[in-house]
Design a protein around this ligand. Structure first.
Ligand code: C2E
Ligand code: CA
Ligand code: CA
Ligand code: CA
Length: 277
């Protein structure tokens, strides 16, 4: 009836404004966190599957807010992108990683991977920010790896993006494609990219080795990567069976709860001392 329709409309409306209120609160708290430098990073070990040694770390954003509690990066990053705060956030992440690498310098040196938003790569300031961070903390470029997703393969921007990736690689910084297999990157294009590694997405890894479809996809990615001279890093490895399957098929690196959860910075030196090659 008409009455019902109106109620439905009113309900929808109040739900919308509730969502807006929440988002505004989140926005206000995020501004506050960025101003205070209250964001934090955890580091997840990357393990060489042949040797079992720690070969790298991935920096993952953590935000604990006094009012909101723990807020997931899966929520924070898209919000920061919508609000135009992603460059500020991304710069703080790079700064934190470089400052941390400087503190770990006397320990075994393994590269730390930083996740990038495609918006950061499109910014004309990005290279300057990157160079500034490296020189301020005197970090060898080889100790930084940048993870980008396939969402940057926008055909109209191909030239500019390729130039950006080449500028990054020419500095000696490593590049990998995150969540590989979930986007729409064309294979012909992949061949032209100056990248070092593909990260096999967790959605494939989690169904190994039992599921025929995921087995075939994983083997295809591994075979193609080998042909192109790229390494493969499997993400989200949770079981011994997954690790064994990947090792048997010459996947170079893996990360996941089976090896270690992302760790607070002060838990990393133990890994560097015991585990690094
Ligand atoms: P991602 O780059 O694909 O990172 C892997 C995510 O999987 C992380 O979630 C990690 O904690 C989780 N993970 C690792 N091993 C396992 C496992 O064995 N099983 C399961 N179920 N999960 C595992 P997290 O930390 O919540 O990050 C979510 C996403 O947020 C990241 O996905 C990345 O896209 C984004 N992100 C995180 N930090 C940053 C950052 O500093 N900058 C940008 N731009 N994005 C970030
Ligand atoms: Ca990543
Ligand atoms: Ca990933
Ligand atoms: Ca993922």
């Amino acid at each position: 009836s008409k009455e019902l329709g109106r109620n439905k409309f009113r309900f929808y409306n109040s739900e919308m404004s509730e969502r807006t209120r929440q988002e505004m609160r989140l926005e206000e708290r995020l501004h506050h966190a960025l101003a205070k430098g209250a964001l934090n990073l955890h580091y997840q070990p990357k393990i060489n599957l042949a040797s079992g040694c720690l070969e790298g770390l991935e920096a993952l954003l953590r935000w604990h807010d006094d009012e909101l509690g723990q807020v997931s990066p899966a929520e924070v990053i898209p919000l920061a992108e919508r609000l135009g705060l992603i460059e500020t956030l991304g710069t703080q992440v790079l700064e934190m990683v470089c400052a941390q690498l400087q503190k770990w310098q006397h320990l075994a040196r393994v590269p730390v991977a930083v996740n990038l938003s495609v918006l950061q790569l499109q910014s004309e300031h990005f290279l300057r920010v990157l160079d500034h961070c490296l020189s301020r903390y005197q970090i060898a470029p080889e100790l930084i790896e940048l993870e980008i997703t396939e969402s940057f393969f926008i055909p109209e921007r191909a030239e500019a993006m390729l130039a950006m990736l080449e500028a990054i690689r020419s500095r000696g910084i490593r590049l990998s494609i995150d969540d590989f297999g979930t986007g729409y990157s064309s294979l012909a294009y992949l061949r032209k990219l100056p990248i070092n590694a593909l990260k096999l997405d967790r959605s494939f890894v989690q169904n190994l080795p039992g599921s025929q479809g995921e087995v075939e996809i994983s083997l295809a990615v591994l075979g193609m990567a080998r042909g192109l001279g790229l390494e493969v890093i499997a993400e989200g490895v949770e079981t011994a069976a997954q690790a064994e399957f990947l090792a048997k098929h010459h996947c170079q690196q893996a990360q996941g709860f089976y090896f270690s959860r992302p760790l607070p910075a002060d838990a990393v030196p133990r890994w560097l001392e015991i585990n690094a090659p």
